[in-house]
Design a protein around this ligand. Structure first.
Ligand SMILES: [Zn+2]
Length: 225
């Protein structure tokens, strides 16, 4: 069980009803269950010898389930809710106002900025950013923008301006491999791949090795559709 502690709040300076905040909370939980908990993500924890070189053969398979825990006072994440997409900050060079995830300045929290009324799949995609995943639809010719308008990797042009055959994996010659399109590349898309569990697995390995005295541990990701 991987628990992320969120606080939900009206976006600063924006008039948001309690009902809109609740709707956003419900949609996030629904989408985490529908997408991130749908595919029986599993992790293998492998015990290594004390030198950390050889597997001892001992292993345990762990089911991975993501859970959102709501806090009213704090948490590692904050979800800032806006009534509609039009209420999100404008970004120079972009005609739309997309949801985004960023490190909060000074707060130490990861901020998700999202509209209560946006499409549900946006929540599952933004949750992917919360567990450390990048967008996967970058390609030459697409500009990235940060909210203040400088070049960065935080935000990107929306899907409608990206030709369909440029999203996800593109084969030599330009055709598309549909099996490699994912929730982080093409929306709405329910595909997840083992790489989407790697940031979490690396975190698990770090924690295990911090507390393990005699043994060292490695992790592997298992993914069954
Ligand atoms: Zn994204």
């Amino acid at each position: 069980m991987v628990t992320l502690t969120f606080m939900a709040a009206a976006a600063p300076g924006i008039r948001v009803t309690a009902g809109e905040v609740q709707a956003a909370k419900d949609t996030l939980v629904d989408q985490v269950n529908a997408l991130w908990n749908q595919n029986r993500l599993k992790m293998n924890v492998l015990a290594f010898d004390a030198a950390g070189r050889r597997p001892t053969g001992a292993r345990r398979t762990l089911d991975v389930e993501f859970r959102v825990r709501w806090s009213t006072s704090g948490g590692d994440y904050v979800m800032y809710v806006y009534p509609t997409n039009n209420d999100l900050p404008a970004i120079p060079g972009r005609p739309d106002r997309p949801a985004f995830v960023r490190a909060g300045a000074g707060s130490g929290r990861i901020e998700m900025h999202i509209a209560a009324t946006t499409d549900a799949w946006v929540y599952s995609h933004e949750f992917g950013h919360c567990i450390g995943l990048p967008d996967e639809y970058g390609h030459a010719g697409v500009q990235y923008f940060r909210p203040e308008g400088t070049a960065g990797t935080l935000l990107q042009r929306p899907d409608p301006v990206i030709p369909a055959n440029r999203q996800g994996n593109v084969r030599p010659g330009g055709s598309r491999d549909p099996d490699l399109r994912t929730t982080m590349s093409t929306n709405p898309n329910p595909n997840l791949l083992p790489r989407h569990l790697w940031p979490t697995a690396l975190e698990v390995r770090r924690l295990l090795n911090r507390h393990g005295r005699e043994a060292k541990f490695g992790v592997d990701v298992i993914f069954s559709r």
